[in-house]
Design a protein around this ligand. Structure first.
Ligand SMILES: Nc1ncnc2c1ncn2[C@@H]1O[C@H](COP(=O)(O)OP(=O)(O)O)[C@@H](O)[C@H]1O
Ligand SMILES: [Mg+2]
Length: 349
């Protein structure tokens, strides 16, 4: 479990530190006090990426050049230093080059209001969702994604140049195809694992509606052949038109497209079910249950769904839950309450 967390020059906080317990932890504060920021810092520390932004730059406190986030997982000290020039990851005071050991410490699932984008948003949101889980369950995922993205960027840059030479293009084909294939296989396997968990989670919070997931690859089975066939089209559009960067995850509520036909309430439920499925999937892993970051979603849910959600969370998981108030809380969800105001955090009472 995450015992404590320290932030320096991270978004609104010049400096703040908090301690956590196992099980439920409630963080209460008015709008703009930094609740989301605190959870973001936990995610940045543990996963080296933000759940709210694609890059770290926006997390840098305005006017500052670097931030530091640190914390303890049991007796181990994790530290992440970020500046526009450099980033540094340290475990027990030792800088880490290979991040595998560091990233193996604790996995994270984050629940937030914008989870609705998983249903309504662009395919990119769903790919990021898969990537976030994939990087946590398979050590090969992150490297494959990196290689693929690099090859794709280079190939697209070449396609945009005035006179791309076919021979130069083929130089990028091999890494693109190799990494793309393994990425596709890992994503397909991930969706196969997510499916039963998502169905069960959806059932638990919606009563009796069905939820189905479908992985839709952005390329045909033979990626290399597809890429070759797409060459003329790629040259005309000056970008790579097939591949895992075009993958999608399609969702169906009662066998109808969730994005097109589900009601707002059904969409929220489907988004929650996806996140719960992620939590359950990670909880099955040998490394132990994930940390759950649950950001201010209770205002959006009616009382029965709030309780159904809390009841459906993996029992063994540590939970950091933010809210503007706790008047809805039932006695079953017991845990320390931390009050966040004026840049300071204090245990209530
Ligand atoms: N890079 C930044 N530098 C300074 N302040 C920031 C930065 N990013 C966000 N903030 C401020 O942090 C405050 C807290 O935001 P947030 O964590 O979203 O609050 P909450 O979730 O409690 O509503 C906001 O007032 C926002 O303006
Ligand atoms: Mg917030």
């Amino acid at each position: 479990m995450l015992r404590d967390l320290q932030l320096r020059n991270f978004r609104c906080f010049p400096a703040i530190a908090a301690e956590f317990s196992s099980g439920f932890n409630f963080i209460v504060g008015a709008n703009g006090q930094g609740k989301t920021t605190l959870l973001e810092a936990a995610c940045v520390l543990l996963r080296l990426q933000s759940q709210r932004a694609a890059t770290m730059a926006p997390a840098l406190r305005a006017g500052e050049k670097s931030f530091v986030v640190s914390g303890h997982i049991e007796e181990h000290l994790l530290q992440f230093y970020y500046s526009t020039l450099r980033r540094k990851v340290a475990l027990d005071g030792v800088e880490q080059r290979d991040l595998a050991d560091y990233l193996a410490f604790l996995r994270v699932v984050s629940f937030a209001n914008n989870d609705l984008d998983l249903i309504r948003g662009a395919a990119e949101t769903r790919r990021r969702f898969l990537d976030f889980i994939g990087s946590q369950v398979d050590v090969r995922y992150r490297p494959a994604l990196r290689v693929y993205e690099r090859a794709l960027r280079a190939r697209n840059a070449l396609l945009k140049s005035p006179h791309p030479r076919p021979r130069e293009l083929t130089a990028y084909t091999e890494p693109l195809v190799k990494a793309g294939r393994s990425l596709g296989e890992m994503r397909a396997a991930l969706v196969r694992r997510l499916r039963p968990a998502a169905e069960a989670s959806h059932h638990a919070i919606s009563g009796n509606e069905s939820l189905a997931l479908d992985y839709v690859p952005g390329n045909e089975e033979d990626f290399a052949a597809h890429l070759e066939r797409a060459q003329a089209e790629d040259a005309r559009l000056r970008l790579t038109t097939v591949g895992p960067h075009r993958d999608d995850l399609c969702l169906f509520v009662r066998e109808m497209s969730a994005a097109q036909f589900a009601s707002e309430g059904q969409q929220r439920t489907a988004a929650l079910a996806l996140k719960l499925a992620q939590a359950r999937l990670l909880a099955e892993e040998a490394e132990g249950p994930p940390l759950l970051l649950i950001d201010d979603i209770f205002g959006e849910l009616d009382a029965s769904r709030r309780n159904a959600l809390l009841a459906a969370l993996p029992n063994e998981s540590q939970k950091l839950i933010t809210a503007t108030s706790l008047d809805w809380r039932e006695s079953a969800w017991d845990g320390p309450v931390l009050e966040l105001a004026g840049g300071e955090i204090r245990p209530r009472g």
